[in-house]
Structures are given as C-alpha cells and as structure tokens.
Design a protein around this ligand. Sequence first.
Ligand code: TYM
Length: 333
Amino acid sequence: MTRVFSGIQPSGVPTLGNYLGAIRNWVPMQDRHECLFCIVDLHAITQFQPPAQLLAQTREMAAALLACGLSAEKCVLFVQSHVPAHAELGWIFNCVARIGWLNRMTQFKDKAGSDRENASAGLYVYPNLMAADILAYKATSVPVGDDQRQHLELANDIAQKFNHDYGVEFFPRIEPFIQGVAARVMSLRDGTKKMSKSDPSDQSRINLNDDADAIALKIRRAKTDPEPIPEHLSGLENRPEARNLVGILAAVTGTLPENVLREHAGQGFGQFKAVLTEALVAHLAPIRAEMLRLLQDPGALDAALHRGAERAEAIAQPVITEAKRIIGLLPRR
Ligand code: TYM
C-alpha cells in the first residue's frame, strides 16, 4: 500500500487555498492508502510565533483538519514536534543538502523578502526539514498545492544524494500529487500573489472559520476588473483576479472553469460574486460549525494528537535507527 505524507503549518487558521489545494485532496486518500498528516509546528517557528498563539493555532488546526473530513482513526494525525525523528533527520539532511540547492528555493526568497540577512537560519533550511518529514516514514506520495513543487524536487535530490554518498538504496523516490483546478488559489486582493494564512491582510483570504457575513464581505471587496465574465478560457488571460474567482467557483462546485464560463459568460462581477458567495457559504458553513464544535473539547483534540504521535513514532523510529547505522552514528548490526 502507498504511504502518503503531507503537512500544514499552524501559522494561522487554514485558508480556502489550503483547503482546495491540499486538505480536500487528503480526505479521500485516507480510505485508499496509509496516510500521515502532520501539523508542522517546527516549520511554523521559522518565522516568529507568539507562544500562546502557536499552541492555540496548533489545536485549531487539528480541529479544522478533522472538520474537513480527516479521521484520527483512518489516518495518523499528529504534531511534528511531538515526534523527535523529524528534527533528528532534519539535522542529518542539513548535512546532505547543498547550500547551492537551497539558494535556488523561490519560497525562501519570497518569505525572506528584501531583508534576507535577517531571516532565521531555520527558514533557510526549511526544505531540509520537509524532506525529513516525508522520508522519516519513507512515504512516497505527497499531496500538496503547486507552491510546494520545488521543495519536493529538493527532497528527491536529498534522498538521492544520501543513497549515493552512502552506497545504499535506502530512501525511496517521492511523487508529488498536485491536483488540478485549485492547486494555486490566489489572494483576493492581488491575483498575482497566492492566498496565504500569514498574509497581513485578512481581506486577502477566506479562512475556514469565517462566517457567512465575513465571506460575503470579502468576496464583495475582492479585486476584479471592469470586463464581464468571458465565454472562453482565453478571455481570462492577463486577468489574474477574474481567473482566480472563476477557478474558486469551479473548485467548490466540483466542475471545470470552462463550465463556469459557459454558465456565467456576459455577467458582470456583481452578479457573479453573489453566486460565488452562496456557493462558498454552502460549502464552508458545515466545516466551520464542526470546527467550533470540536474546539469545545480541547482535551479530546489533545488526546487524538497524542495517539497520532505515538503511531507516527512507531513508524519513524526504525527508519531513523537504520539511517543512523548507515551513517555510522550507530554500529552496523
Ligand atoms: P502550508 O501550511 O503553507 O500549506 C499547506 C498546504 O496548502 C497548500 N496551499 C495552497 N494550495 C493552493 N493555493 C494556495 N493559495 C495555497 N496555500 C497553501 C500548500 O501547497 C500545502 O500543500 N511546506 C508546507 C508544509 C509541509 C509539508 C511537509 C508538506 C511541511 N512538511 C512535508 C508536504 C510534505 C507548507 O507550505 O504548508
């Protein structure tokens, strides 16, 4: 059976982008594969998080993932820092990855911005820890949004170099699983930037716990252009905001952008936004309600995460021990 791994940072409430690009694709995988889904708090602290907020957001993330349809029985749902194997293998991979490889990571450049000297060293080696997350379980399938493609290529380079340097066939090849229409949901304020839970503007994103009024307001204020909805996809070229809203409606209604255009061609954005709001509210209201319900019992959430960490640890431990034998940190048997 394929082993699946994916992660999400508890750096805020998950957004519509996280949901459509990743979480929604995780749910059906639980029934077909052995799945591990990880709340990556060690990745979140590569950028400062107030401690109480980090704890609260970690729990909130667990509630959100369960509310979206993950089951703590069907998959292994856990917090990264609860399983030491991640940090251990992450260090080993810091010694395998090359600085030149990390220098090419576009996400570091985006996140560090113009003040690169002042970014944390952790942000720089972020992709090495990601490789460790996946390879500590020898997972081979990684469902993510499009923005993670480059990181997964790097993870494969690390696995290959490790195998080559030590003359083993130990770490497997990772296959990214990046799905279609909503693999890249863009900001509501700027169609050239991805929707992100850490964007300073809350108006730029839909959070999974936004209520109907908040969703309506954000969609009403979403940036658009004066042209009507076109008939064909070619009419969305150079219209990033229009393309984004069409893509979102297609994704939440389970259809293709072509079909959305066929149905709404000629409409202005006022009319289109009303339809989009209705579809989003219908889709997200049950998730929000379930999330709020789960958060009323923090003890149960913590217990589920604790069990998840035990199950994850049991899979990772033999892999780490074997990696240490290969490297010479432990004697060979
Ligand atoms: P994070 O928390 O930034 O994002 C979690 C998942 O959501 C996807 N995503 C998006 N998809 C479409 N449109 C968007 N606007 C959008 N924003 C985010 C991301 O691609 C991701 O799949 N580095 C990872 C976390 C991670 C991880 C891992 C993933 C840590 N270790 C190991 C896979 C395997 C991240 O950026 O999370």
